[in-house]
Design a protein around this ligand. Structure first.
Ligand code: CIR
Length: 258
C-alpha cells in the first residue's frame, strides 16, 4: 500500500517563512482541521498515512514535501533553501532511512522538494530562490545512475516549480505559464490555470487518478473536470496563508520497500 508521510501543523506556524505573500493571522485550530481533512482524503484514496511527530520549534514543518525526494532506489534528503527550515530534515531522514538508502544534499547546495516535479523517469527541477544549481547538480549525481533524466527549469515570481506546474493526469500538466517558460513541458498536454487563479497550478494527483485541489480555485477545478479529471476540492485557506499548497503537506511514497 502506498504511504503518505505527513507532519502536523506546528503551534508556531504563524512564524512561517513568507516570500510572495503578506503575513496574515493564521487560525491554528482551523489549519489543523484542514490538515486532518487532507490526511483523511489521502487515506480514503488508498494511502496509509504515516504522521511523523510535530515540532513547535519548526513553523513550516507541516510542509514535509520540501524535505525529501523519495524514489524506489534512493531517498534524497534536501537542504532547504530557507535556513529556518533546515532542522525539519532530521525526522524525515530518520524515518526514510528505514526503507531506503539515503543521500543528503550538502552545502553549498540547496534544494526544496517543492521544486522537484517527477513524471515517471523524468524529473524537472526548479531553479528558484530555494533551489540552486549546486543542489540540482547533486541531485543529478545521486539519481542519474538509476536511469532518471533530470532537467533544470527556471521559475520566476513564485516560490517553487510546483507552484507553477503539476501533473494532473498521465499526460496532462496543470500550468501557470506566467511563472516559467513552458517550452520544456510541451511534450505533455498543457492545461492552463484560470487566469484569475494564479496559485491554482499546485494540485496533487493520487495513485487512483483523483486530484486534490484547493477548493478556493473553483474555476481551475472546473477546467480540470471538463478535461475528464476527477477533482477532490479541499479547503486549505489557512495553510495557504503560510504559502503552502496541496502537494507540500505530504510525501507520497509508492511503497515502503522497493
Ligand atoms: C516556506 O516558505 O517554505 C513555507 N512557508 C511554505 C512552503 C510550501 N512548500 C511547498 O509548496 N512545497
Amino acid at each position: 500500500m502506498p504511504i503518505a508521510l505527513t507532519r502536523p501543523v506546528s503551534a508556531a506556524m504563524a512564524n512561517c517563512e513568507l516570500t510572495h505573500l503578506e503575513r496574515q493571522p493564521i487560525n491554528i485550530e482551523i489549519a489543523r482541521q484542514q490538515h486532518r481533512v487532507y490526511e483523511e482524503c489521502l487515506a480514503s484514496h488508498g494511502y496509509t498515512v504515516v504522521r511523523l511527530h510535530g515540532s513547535d520549534d519548526l513553523p513550516d514543518s507541516v510542509f514535509i514535501e520540501d524535505t525529501a525526494i523519495v524514489l524506489d532506489e534512493v531517498a534524497i534528503i534536501t537542504l532547504p533553501g530557507a535556513v529556518s527550515r533546515r532542522a525539519e530534515i532530521h525526522a524525515v531522514a530518520e524515518y526514510l532511512a528505514k526503507y531506503r538508502r539515503v543521500v543528503s544534499i550538502q552545502e553549498p547546495g540547496t534544494l526544496d522538494g517543492g521544486d522537484v516535479l517527477r513524471i515517471g523517469a523524468n524529473l524537472y527541477v526548479g531553479i528558484s530562490q530555494r533551489t540552486n544549481t549546486s543542489g540540482f547538480e547533486q541531485l543529478v549525481h545521486a539519481i542519474s545512475p538509476f536511469g532518471y533524466s533530470v532537467s533544470p527549469v527556471n521559475v520566476r515570481g513564485c516560490l517553487h516549480l510546483k507552484s507553477a506546474v503539476t501533473q494532473v493526469a498521465e499526460d496532462i500538466l496543470l500550468i501557470n505559464r506566467e511563472w516559467l517558460d513552458g517550452q520544456i513541458f510541451e511534450p505533455y498536454h498543457l492545461l492552463d490555470i484560470h487566469a484569475a487563479e494564479p496559485f491554482a497550478a499546485n494540485a496533487l494527483k493520487m495513485k487512483d487518478g483523483a486530484v486534490i485541489v484547493a477548493a478556493m480555485y473553483s474555476r481551475t477545478a472546473s477546467k480540470l473536470q471538463a478535461a475528464g479529471i476527477r477533482v477532490v476540492p479541499i479547503d486549505v485557506t489557512e495553510l495557504a496563508k503560510a504559502e503552502g499548497g496541496v502537494t507540500c503537506c505530504s510525501l507520497l511514497i509508492d511503497s515502503a520497500g522497493g
